[in-house]
Design a protein around this ligand. Structure first.
Ligand code: NDP
Length: 446
């Protein structure tokens, strides 16, 4: 490994021992950049990697709110503003009990590379809270969102930092957050993306990450003489990304045979009925186990990660980080899986990724494959600035072109810098990094 990369990695490990997710993401990225540093010694002189891995700013704040019984709760709110070299910070807000600084720093770092890959002028950030939106009334969600935004509003803006949705933050939460921002700031601006269609949202934003994932995987398959038609696909999760990945995979001719939530998975050998999943998850907001009460022939199995034992051709992990470990990767390969596309952020552990690559599995890394969501958020920002709304077909067409462009850039960087031209992990890291690095070099030490 390049000596500069090794030194930065050692420093990082010494200084961030209690941030495992951040270390995991930074290690994967830094290891991929070894060849780049061999070719560009000027980056070491400019302290570029040390600056790249350190957030420009990390804000932590108290979020007090009152539940329906009058009890006061205090959650912790965060915004990590990682890098603004190529545009305003951009990245989602995650609401989940597991949220902490390590997870948000990993997500923010990934977001910088992902946003760069889209080719659009957006920097990277991420935020959220350890608040759990599950089983809360609409009024409680509103109380939390208003309190969260009462602090966050002073740190964001249409030209400084534009948050969006993520796990636990859907259209309802974005609506409450936007309403509170407008009320405090007295401005009607595109300060959040993922908004409802009646107040500045973009068509296709809801579908964008899942559709974009399938567009990317379609390109990767085509580069190897394959396509989705007739393939058995397993998708983890049943949230926003998973549902629209399923919709597009089915439209492209695949048979989706399993989906999950955090409790377990359903196996439907004849193909998932997505209308039933949407009813359960988008309308009733209940557990996926109820699927088997409504669709004969399907079975429910306890334990979310057991889904990787289902024999398939293509696997699309779309739930959360580190949901696919080494044993799961072995099970996938043993079951005949030849392609994995990450819809979630870092769903595959480092050792599982290495195993899949060494086994010849085509592997689409999340920061490239799931960039369709943020790309469409950037299209929402453009429409807000122009006071225009594009049609569904217009946005979908732009999304598809962006994902094709990301695949080409990733594949080219893999060819130029990776140990193997099929190593899209290195390709995505390098392609995302180079643009931001050039901008940072041009802007001096800051
Ligand atoms: P949602 O909250 O809509 O859905 C998350 C899904 O993952 C749910 O089915 C949830 O199940 C499941 N899940 C959560 N935690 C676990 C766990 N520990 N084990 C197994 N399943 C789990 O989130 P999104 O679909 O928006 O996001 C999914 C992933 O995609 C995240 O990694 C996110 O960062 C990433 N992403 C999302 C984008 C977007 O546009 N939404 C853009 C780019 C990346 P349950 O309902 O039981 O909690």
């Amino acid at each position: 490994m390049n000596h500069y990369v090794q030194r930065v990695l050692n420093d990082l490990q010494a200084r961030n021992q209690h941030e495992p997710e951040y270390l995991q993401a930074a290690t994967e990225m830094l290891q991929s950049l070894s060849t780049v540093m061999d070719k560009h010694p000027e980056y070491e002189q400019a302290g570029l990697l040390e600056r790249f891995v350190e957030p420009e700013r990390a804000i932590l704040f108290r979020v007090p709110w009152v539940d329906d019984c009058g009890h006061v709760h205090v959650n912790r709110g965060y915004r990590v503003q990682q890098n603004s070299a190529i545009g305003p910070y951009k990245g989602g807000l995650r609401l989940h009990p597991s949220v902490n600084l390590s997870i948000l720093k990993f997500l923010a770092l990934e977001q910088v590379l992902k946003n760069s890959l889209t080719g659009l002028p957006i920097g990277g950030g991420k935020g959220g809270s350890d608040f759990d939106p599950k089983c809360k009334s609409d009024r409680e969600i509103m109380a939390f969102c208003q309190s969260f935004m009462t602090e966050l509003y002073r740190h964001i803006g249409a030209d400084t930092d534009v948050p969006a949705g993520d796990i636990g933050t859907g259209a309802r939460e974005i609506g409450y957050l936007f309403g509170q921002y407008k009320r405090i700031a007295g401005q009607y601006v595109g300060v959040l993306t993922g908004k409802g269609l009646t107040y500045g949202g973009s068509l296709v934003r809801k579908e964008a990450t899942g559709y974009g994932l399938c567009y990317f995987v379609e390109q990767m398959l085509a580069a190897h003489g394959k396509n989705f038609r007739g393939q058995r696909v397993v998708i983890s999760g049943s949230g926003n990304v998973a549902i629209y990945a399923c919709e597009k995979a089915q439209a492209l001719g695949a048979k989706v045979i399993a989906m999950s939530d955090s409790c377990g998975y359903i196996h439907a050998p004849d193909g998932i009925r997505l209308d039933v999943i949407k009813q359960l998850k988008e309308v009733e907001r209940c557990r996926i186990c109820h699927y088997v009460d409504r669709v004969p022939g399907a079975t429910y199995h306890q334990g979310a990660t057991n889904i990787w034992g289902v024999s398939c051709d293509i696997a699309l992990p779309c739930a959360t980080q580190n949901e696919l470990g080494l044993e799961d990767a072995k099970a996938l390969v043993a079951g005949g899986c030849y392609a994995v596309g990450e819809g979630a952020n870092m769903p595959t552990t480092l050792d599982a990724t290495d195993y899949l690559l060494a086994s010849g599995v085509l592997f689409a890394p999340g920061k490239a494959a799931n960039a369709g969501g943020v790309a469409t958020s950037a299209l929402e920002m453009s429409q807000n600035s122009m006071r225009l709304s594009w049609t569904f077909e217009e946005v979908d067409c732009k999304l598809k072109a962006i994902m094709q462009h990301i695949f080409r850039k990733t594949a080219k960087a893999a060819q130029d810098y990776a140990p193997s031209p099929n190593n899209y992990v290195v390709g995505a890291n390098v392609a995302g990094f180079l643009k931001v690095a050039d901008a940072m070099m041009a802007q001096g030490v800051c």
